[in-house]
Design a protein around this ligand. Structure first.
Ligand code: NAD
Ligand code: UDX
Length: 463
């Protein structure tokens, strides 16, 4: 079967970039991305392509090439579903905040709503693709809902998890390490798999397109994230040991990473991993393992999260301890608020938790981030509900100039590894700070020797 029209439900950090790249690479396929959020769709349609809601290097170029040609953004979900041969579900699957599994299980409310809407609206056979990250065996639920529509429409369900990382989404989509497609292993299932393989094969070499049964595909996505996060927690655990032993975590990481069985990537010690995926997906894995009675398996993976929480708290405590055990009324400048560089996404960013801990000690926090809007900083802090929103606005100030953010500060903390931080006029920053002037480099990106020469007291991670 040849797919002519695609609909993607969910115009977020995954749906938007993924569909833009499919549309760019497959000009013969009409791709419509739909969302309930009208403001988000309006932003994707903004004639100023720099105002699209997701910041990713190279994305605005891809969108301007395909938008209006074979890429459309719309709020008319029913129509797009009805017209499509293939429907991607790319809605959010956050950690549940209520009821059974609260704080661990994935909230599949939006997934189920999509399935029910597809079931209600569809008048012709369709392939439904799980693009969202889902607990293993979700396809069973989808099938149950879709098979009981009573209108005789046939559905095939595929799992096609997305491995892009934010900040490098376009590059990851254009040159993926692999594309994973899981489906039923009967004849109809294999036909559906082939239809999706043919789309990716327009630009991805066939040997990089892996096909599996649907359960392996669902489980592989959760576990890929768990393995990646585990590496960060492992190196962060060692960074604390380095700080007590005069070993240097950068040297240790290099020494470990040159072992070809281990490899160099994802061994960068940091203030802790963030992002919308790692924590949520590991918690979900832990929940699934517990639900099968696999206590040791659950505890093993949970430790990755415990270590990450420890790393964030440890960083905040180090700032407090170094500033003579009191930060009350002291200004601490944060460079970076996003969970990593080259994205405007702040979900689960370490910066939020470090700030919260310092605010608890009545510090004043000044924030500068090149891509995060002022309101987002307050929204993130208010969401924690640690203190009133009035107090947050009193204690936190957001700047659009890094030099202003650092002015009169007792300390600068690097929370995100934005490249521009390396190239600032650090002498100018030093001259305008209170002395002794401290830098807490939560990403180990600054040149320690050079800054010490200026007069800064530097606290990196893991040395
Ligand atoms: P997001 O919150 O940015 O986007 C989801 C969008 O879906 C929102 O705009 C929301 O309004 C919309 N939506 C929700 N329910 C809807 C409905 N019933 N009808 C229409 N629209 C609806 O989330 P995201 O970061 O794009 O993540 C989506 C999924 O992809 C998640 O399962 C996530 O785990 C997975 N994923 C994310 C990343 C990442 O880096 N962000 C990477 C790989 C996989
Ligand atoms: C992750 C996965 O990498 C991606 O494959 C999946 O599809 C979605 O989740 P993302 O969350 O966008 O992607 O970013 P990633 O590059 O994985 O970084 C996650 C966090 O780990 C960031 O806060 C990052 O700063 C941190 N990190 C990463 C480190 O602290 N050290 C490292 O060595 C690598």
């Amino acid at each position: 079967m040849t797919v002519k029209k695609i609909c993607c439900i969910g115009a977020g950090y995954v749906g938007g970039p993924t569909m833009a790249v499919i549309a760019k690479q497959c000009p013969d396929i009409q791709v419509t991305v739909v969302d309930l959020n009208e403001a988000r769709i309006a932003a994707w349609n903004d004639h100023d392509v720099n105002k699209i809601p997701v910041y990713e290097p190279g994305l605005s170029e891809v969108v301007s090439e395909a938008r209006g040609r074979n890429l459309f953004f719309s709020t008319d979900v029913d129509q797009a579903i009805n017209e499509a041969d293939m429907i991607f579900i790319s809605v959010n699957t956050p950690t549940k905040t209520y009821g059974a599994g609260k704080g661990q299980a994935a909230d599949l409310k939006w997934i189920e709503l999509c399935a029910r809407q597809i079931a209600r609206v569809s008048k012709s056979d369709k392939i439904v693709v799980e693009k969202s990250t889902l607990p293993v065996r979700t396809a069973r639920t989808l099938k149950d809902i879709l098979q009981h529509t009573g209108n005789g429409v046939k559905f095939q369900i595929l799992s096609n998890p997305e491995f892009l990382a934010e900040g490098t989404a376009v590059e990851d989509l254009l040159k993926p390490d692999r594309v994973l497609i899981g489906g039923d292993q009967d004849e109809e299932g294999k036909k559906a798999i082939e239809a999706l393989v043919n789309i990716y094969a327009q630009w991805v070499p066939r040997e990089r397109i892996l096909t599996t049964n649907v359960w392996s595909s669902e489980l592989s996505k959760l576990t890929a994230n768990a393995f990646l996060a585990q590496r960060v927690s492992s190196i962060n655990a060692l960074s604390e040991l380095c700080e007590h032993t005069e070993a240097d975590i950068n040297e240790v990481a290099r020494a470990i990473g040159t072992d070809s069985r281990i490899g160099p990537k994802f061994l960068k010690a940091s203030v802790g991993f963030g992002g919308s995926c790692f924590q949520k997906d590991i918690l979900n894995l832990v929940y699934i393992a517990r639900s099968y009675g696999l206590t040791e398996v659950a505890d093993y993976w949970e430790q990755v999260i415990i270590m990450n929480d420890h790393q964030k708290k440890r960083f905040a405590n180090k700032i407090i301890k170094t500033l003579y055990n009191t930060v009350n009324g002291k200004k601490i400048a944060f460079l970076g608020w996003a969970f990593k560089k080259d994205t405007n996404d702040t979900r689960e960013s370490a910066a939020i938790y470090v700030a919260d801990h310092l605010l608890y000690e009545q510090a004043h926090v000044g924030v500068y981030d090149p891509k995060v809007p002022e309101q987002q900083v307050y929204t993130d802090l208010d969401y924690l509900a640690t203190r009133s929103s009035d107090e947050n606005s009193k204690l936190v100030q957001v700047y659009n100039d890094p030099y202003e953010a650092c002015k009169d500060a007792h300390a600068v903390a690097i929370l995100t590894e934005w490249d521009e931080f390396k190239h600032y006029d650090w002498q100018r920053i030093y001259d305008n700070m209170l002395k002794p002037a401290h830098i807490f480099d939560g990403r180990n990106i600054l040149d320690k020797a050079k800054l010490e020469n200026i007069g800064f007291k530097i606290c990196p991670i893991g040395s």
